[in-house]
Every structure is written in C-alpha cells, then in structure tokens.
Design a binder for this molecule. Sequence first.
Ligand SMILES: NC(=O)c1ccc[n+]([C@@H]2O[C@H](COP(=O)([O-])OP(=O)(O)OC[C@H]3O[C@@H](n4cnc5c(N)ncnc54)[C@H](O)[C@@H]3O)[C@@H](O)[C@H]2O)c1
Length: 316
Amino acid sequence: MKYDKTILVTGGMGFIGSNFLNTYVLKYKNYFFINIDSLVEGSNVENILVNKASNYHFEKIDIRNKEILEKVFIEFNITDIIHFAAQSNVDDSIKNPTLFIETNINGTNNLLELALKYKINRFYQISTDEVFGSLEKNEKPFTTNSNLSPNNPYSASKAGAELLARSYNKTFGLNTIISRCSNNFGPNQRLQSLIPKFITYLIEGKKIPVYGNGENIRDWIYVFDHIEAVDLLFHKGISGSVYNIGANNEISNKDIVKILLKITNRDESYIENAPDRLGHDFRYAIDTSELFKDFGWKAKTNFEDGIKKTFEFYKK
Ligand SMILES: NC(=O)c1ccc[n+]([C@@H]2O[C@H](COP(=O)([O-])OP(=O)(O)OC[C@H]3O[C@@H](n4cnc5c(N)ncnc54)[C@H](O)[C@@H]3O)[C@@H](O)[C@H]2O)c1
C-alpha cells in the first residue's frame, strides 16, 4: 500500500508516545508509523497495543547514534518526525545531567540534521512547560512569549532541544512545530512518577512520600488531551510556531493526595513527608488561550474524571 505519510515517532514506548501511537495508528490507516525507542528504564514494549497493525513498525534505536539512526531514513522514506524521545525524569537529571545533554540535546540535533538531509516535511518537537522555570503563587501563567528560565538539568536540556529546533527553522527553513505541554497523567506512565507512584503505593497499603510541604503546584492535563492537541498541531500548526498545551488545571501535590486518599479509602496516616527535591520548582501554569483562539481547541477531560480512569488503569 502507498501511504500518504511515513511518520517517524521517537520514544513511542514511553508514556505519551505510546498513547499517541495506540490512538493514531488506528485512526490514520493512510499513514505509516515507525516507532524508534532505545527502551530505557521506564519505557515498556507492553505499552503498545497496535504492534500487529500493518501501518506500524518498531525498531530499537538510540537517537544518540546518528549512523544507525540514518539507516532508518535510508530504508523508510520518512516524510515527517514527531519527536517524543527524551530522558524525562527530573530526579534522574539531577543525578546524571550529562545523560540528559547527550540524549535530549545531541539526540535531537542528530534528528534535526537528518531531517534536513532527507528533506522531511515537518519536524515536531515535543517540549515542556518546565522550560519556563517556576512561578510564584500570584504570577500570571506563562505565555508562549515568556522567557525560558529552566531550573534543573532536565528542563535546561529540553530548552536546549527546542531552541535547536527553532534555529533549524530560522537558519535552514526546516518546517518545525514546537509545543510545550504541562504535566501529563494517565495510563502507561512509569511507576516512579508522582501520580502512578501514589496510586500504586496506596493500593499496596504503603505510605506515600510527599516532597516538602506538598504545596508545589502543577498544571495537570490528561494525556489523551495532550495527544489530541499534538495531532491537531501536527496537521494544522504553522511552521516555526511555538504553542502551549495545557488544561488550566492547577492543583497542589497536597490536593492530589487528598483526591487519591478518597478514591482509595485511605486516611491521612498514609502520608509521610519526604525531604524536598533539589531546585524544586514551586509552580507551573501556562496560558493556552492561543490554542483556543487559533483552533478552538481546549482540553476535554476534567481532573476528577481523568484521575478516576487513571486509577482504574493502575489497579488493573
Ligand atoms: N510526562 C509529562 O508530563 C510531559 C509533559 C510535557 C512534555 N513532556 C515531554 O514528552 C516527551 C515524552 O515524555 P514521557 O513522559 O512520555 O517520557 P517517557 O520517559 O515515558 O518516554 C520517553 C521515551 O523515550 C525513550 N528514549 C529515551 N532515551 C532515548 C534514546 N537515547 N533513544 C531513543 N529513545 C529514547 C525512552 O525509552 C522512553 O520510551 C518528552 O520529550 C518529555 O520531555 C512530558
């Protein structure tokens, strides 16, 4: 079959990439999807439910290895790239910053060089609201024009990666889209992340470790809303643009804990205080009004509904 697009999806065995593939491999039978992933800790081949689909193919490849990466471009006529792959855990980045520079910056540059060389139509860089740094309680949410002020090696490496993508657009005219999304939750997330960890600990009857005073605030989005926005921007976003994706759902860690205690019928004796993370950003919040103004898009899932579905997934 001749496909309309051959899309290289990096990091498709991880949390967000797998949900993207599980949804869009089925929706777009006219596209061929190649998932490349080096299967680092936290990824899981069982996240993929579409491995038998005729428009899906997986290769175990490390984006740091440009020579091997290039073979994919030679073998499959790649038309587009959606780049999810990254070292993604802030705590790991504090222990080993170099790995994050090698993966998130050098790995992204390898893909950008190959995207230029093989004249791909669109390069989509999946970025994060963490590139903006932290907000105080009363500050306005970050807009797409806010300064980038990353505070940890993970967010600094993601800022570097998206600035490289931007530079390939400005310097070489590469067709790029960058989106910065807020904190995702939902199925297939690694168990060391906050929501899966809290859910599984409570199910197992263990105390949940809450960093510091639990007042840190994140802007939570259900992963299926994020990938819907990625699909929209991949098709309709304007080359060279940066978009914010979020759900206007600011919740403190303390409040997440309260919701989870209620769902699991546990009481506050299941909370234990853990020493605060180094450089722990206090608050993230992003303004997503542009996405609504330009495309009429907003996130559909409210936090309570999303968290109940997420709980059911981890319970299983
Ligand atoms: N999780 C969030 O809340 C969130 C929010 C905004 C943006 N993001 C971004 O979304 C993307 C995906 O995040 P996630 O939460 O799914 O992370 P994840 O860690 O679950 O998935 C990342 C995937 O990348 C793969 N990978 C890592 N290093 C690689 C390498 N060298 N070569 C090939 N593959 C490699 C991993 O094996 C994994 O499957 C990342 O770019 C992240 O920065 C995540």
